[in-house]
Structures are given as structure tokens and as C-alpha cells.
Design a protein around this ligand. Structure first.
Ligand SMILES: [Zn+2]
Length: 455
């Protein structure tokens, strides 16, 4: 059965069996699909849909337009098996909830809702919920149906606006929690990344500017923290003709007076000769590298990440330098340059061990293990995975543990230790079920099924 993947968070993006589908013809056809998929709980009367999408047309013409759109939609998303993604009668149309599909909006909402109802003393301390929010914010590529403009229909517009606003607020709040979590754990590079993401989504969000200022100051980058205040001030002046709030200004004064530096743990104070740099520019370069990596354009990803690494080398920020080495290692591995990848990942690991960044150490060990396995060095790969697993379990990082367990299972499979492999996949599956990571659950179930079939 072909699988339809619907992504509406950010730009409208549909794939059928991993092939992008673009031949929808009109924005109204896209709007119809988005509406039916997101409102799949019941069947919709044809005249209601026609009235919503073609409010300016007489009834008969509107119904004709709807028939045309439905035809185009069926042409675009049907496949060889003739899978029915849409159930249509003469009176009603409904998206088939039983069809093989995924919908990013639904997954995002489920992850956020699980966090809201999960019993934990405090959200920012709950490892399972932090993992959920990471998944949710990764799904949130931007505002709901950002690039869909259908003109005259105010009813459809209102329907989108209400949902867009709610999802946007949930994404910002999730990023808040993630930034706070990493700030409290001394993971400043990651805290900065989440705060920067908030500012990207909402440039005038003062809380995010404060988080970013705090993360920079705690990381010993006072100049950059003060510059961030200036950025915030300029944005507020431009957008609303106002000044930053008292809270933000107080934080600025505190950072300027040096109050933050004294509280820094010794290990993360950068050397005195650290060069000034532009954190916003660096974050943009890193984001570009990540974007091209996700798109599979490895040459561009490599070029941007090399620039990030060069700038971080000059900065004296060990945590960010380690992250840059790690990321370059991942890109090189994808390019099949395994020895170069190993060198960068080992640099990342050494730096992370120096500063005691536990989650980073586990991530680098895991990445190193994967390359060692690829090179056929199974004993070393095994040792790396076991060390990584021990760390993720100690710090309570279930999604990290699940990732390592999957890689360990793949290694065991390669070594023909099938019982071990199954045990690893089963443990990973239990963790991913707890988190609610549907893509990972499906992947692990497939691996377990494949094992059973070949037994
Ligand atoms: Zn929780």
C-alpha cells in the first residue's frame, strides 16, 4: 500500500511513497486536501465545501468547481494500487482515516498534548517530554500552510488563521521549554539554538532575546550577549516603536556589570584571548549547513559547515566548536569520507570530554560507533555504543537511548547475533512508544517483522 505523507507546517509538501507530488493545479485543490485531511473526523457535505472554497460563485458553478478540484486531487494522489485516500459519495467527501498516511499537524498536536497531560513534577525536567518536544519542534517547519493563498474565501481563511495561531503559540512555548531545559543543564549551544529559532519565528519575542542573552552571557560571551540586547532594541523600535521592557533592560545591565561571569563553572570559561564573533551569522551558517544536509546536497552542506568550523575554531567556545566538529563528521560520513569523518568526530568527543558535556559525549560516541561498524570494526563499534548507551541511561535521555539501541541492534544483526539484535530493537521500540515517535516506531516494527520473517 502506498503511503501518503502530508506536511502542512510551513510550506505545503506532499509525498506519495517518498516521491514529491506537485501536480495539484490550483491552490484551491491544495486547500481542499488540507481541509479534508485536517478535518477527517467526519464526512463533509459537498455544498458546504463548495460554499467555503468558492463563496463568490453561484451554487451550481461552485459545485462544479469542487468536482473539478476533487478530480485533480484524485489524479494527483492515487497510485498503482488505487488506494482510496478520499471517500466520496454524491453527497459527501471525507479523507480516509484508515489509509496509509501521516499528517505532520496531527503528529505535532499529539506530541504537545501528551506533554500537557503527562504526569511529571516539572515539564523542563521530564526527559520523555523533552524528547517529545524536540520531535514536535522539528516537525514545525514554519506557520501552518504558509504558502497557500486562496483569495476571496474568508471562511477558509478564518479556519486556517485560528489553527495557525494555536500551532504557532504551541511551537513557541515548546521552544521556550527546550531552551530553558538546555540552559539549566549548561548546554548553552543548544539553548541558543532553540532561542534563535524562536526569534526566527517571532522576531519581537522578548523572552527569547532574554534567553539568548542569558545563554551567551553564561557561556562567557558577554560582548555577544550585549549585542543581542541591541538587536532586540532595534527590532522593537522598528516593529512597534517601543523600547525593551524593564526586565530585558535589567538583564542587560546585569550582564554589562559582569554579574554573570562570576557564576560560571571554571571548565566552561573560554580563554581570555577569545576573538569576538557574530553569533547570529554563525547560527545562520550552521542552519544552512543543516538545511542542505537534510536536502541531500552534501557539497553545499560541507562548504557551509567548514565555514562554521573555521569561525568556531577562532572563538574559544569549546561546546560550539565540538558541535561544529561533530556536524562536519556527520556530513563527511554521508560523503563516504570515513577517515576524515572519524577524525572530526574524535575531535568533537575529546572536546566534549574536556567540558563534561554528557549528552554530547553520547552523541559523538554513537556517531563514531556507526562509522566503525561501517568500516567493519565491530568490536570497537560495540564498545562505543555500549558507552554511549550507559551515558544516555544515566542522564535520562530516552530518545538518545533508543537511537543507540537501534544502532546496536543493527550491529548485532551484522554480526549474526540475531537474539541480541531483536532484544535491542525491542528495547528501542518500548522507549519510542513511551515518547510517541511514530516514524521511529514504524521503522523498528519493520525491522522486528523482517527478523521474524527470515526466522
Ligand atoms: Zn513528562
Amino acid at each position: 500500500m502506498a503511503k501518503l505523507e502530508l506536511a502542512f507546517l510551513g510550506a505545503f509538501h506532499i509525498t506519495l511513497d517518498e516521491q514529491p507530488i506537485t501536480r495539484f493545479g490550483t491552490d484551491k485543490t491544495r486547500a481542499l486536501l488540507a481541509y479534508l485531511a485536517m478535518e477527517s473526523g467526519h464526512a463533509h457535505r459537498r455544498e458546504t465545501l463548495a460554499g467555503m472554497l468558492w463563496p463568490d460563485q453561484p451554487d451550481e458553478a461552485a459545485r462544479h468547481s469542487l468536482r473539478q478540484a476533487l478530480l485533480r486531487l484524485r489524479g494527483a494522489i492515487s497510485d498503482a494500487d488505487n488506494t482510496a485516500f478520499l471517500l466520496a459519495s454524491t453527497e459527501t467527501i471525507q479523507f480516509n482515516r484508515a489509509s496509509a498516511h501521516s499528517l505532520d499537524v496531527a503528529e505535532f498536536a499529539a506530541l504537545v498534548q501528551t506533554c500537557q497531560t503527562h504526569l511529571h513534577p516539572r515539564l523542563a525536567d521530564c526527559a520523555a517530554c523533552i524528547a517529545r518536544l524536540q520531535l514536535a519542534t522539528d516537525l514545525y517547519r514554519g506557520e501552518l500552510l504558509r504558502d497557500l493563498f486562496i483569495g476571496e474565501s474568508t471562511q477558509f481563511e478564518e479556519w486556517v488563521l485560528v489553527r495557525r495561531e494555536l500551532l504557532h503559540r504551541q511551537a513557541l512555548e515548546s521552544l521556550d521549554t527546550l531552551a530553558a531545559h538546555h540552559l539549566e543543564h549548561g548546554e548553552y549551544a543548544r539553548a541558543r539554538q532553540y532561542a534563535a529559532r524562536q526569534i526566527e519565528l517571532e522576531p519581537w519575542r522578548e523572552e527569547a532575546h532574554r534567553t539568548l542573552m542569558g545563554a551567551l552571557a553564561r557561556d562567557g560571551q558577554r560582548g555577544a550577549a550585549l549585542a543581542q540586547y541591541d538587536t532586540c532594541r532595534k527590532i522593537l523600535a522598528r516593529e512597534f516603536n517601543t523600547a525593551p521592557s524593564e526586565e530585558t533592560t535589567k538583564l542587560f545591565e546585569k550582564i554589562r556589570s559582569g554579574a554573570f561571569e562570576n557564576k560560571l563553572p571554571v571548565s566552561i570559561v573560554p580563554p581570555r584571548d577569545a576573538l569576538p564573533r557574530d553569533p547570529a551569522n554563525l547560527d545562520a551558517l550552521a542552519a544552512l549547513a543543516q538545511f542542505h544536509l537534510a536536502q541531500g546536497d552534501l557539497t553545499r552542506a560541507h562548504a557551509y559547515q567548514t565555514q562554521v568550523l573555521a569561525q568556531q575554531n577562532a572563538s574559544g567556545d569549546k561546546s560550539a566548536l565540538a558541535a561544529a566538529h561533530h556536524q562536519l563528521g556527520v556530513i563527511l560520513q554521508r560523503q563516504d569520507k570515513l577517515d576524515a569523518a572519524l577524525a572530526h568526530l574524535r575531535d568533537a568527543l575529546a572536546l566534549r570530554e574536556q567540558i563534561g558535556e554528557q549528552s554530547g559525549i553520547a552523541a559523538s560516541l554513537d556517531a563514531l560507533g556507526k562509522i566503525l561498524a561501517q568500516q567493519g570494526n565491530c568490536p570497537d563499534a560495540h564498545a562505543h555504543f555500549l558507552r554511549a548507551l550507559k551515558i544516555t541511561e544515566t542522564i535520562g535521555d530516552p530518545s538518545g537511548s533508543a537511537r543507540v539501541l537501534k544502532h546496536l541492534g543493527m550491529l548485532r544483526q551484522r554480526q549474526k547475533k540475531f537474539d541480541d539484535a531483536r532484544a535491542c530493537f525491542e528495547r528501542a521500540l518500548a522507549l519510542q512508544k513511551e515518547i510517541g515517535n511514530r516514524a521511529a516506531i514504524a521503522d523498528l516494527e519493520k525491522r522486528l517483522d523482517a527478523r521474524r520473517d527470515s526466522n
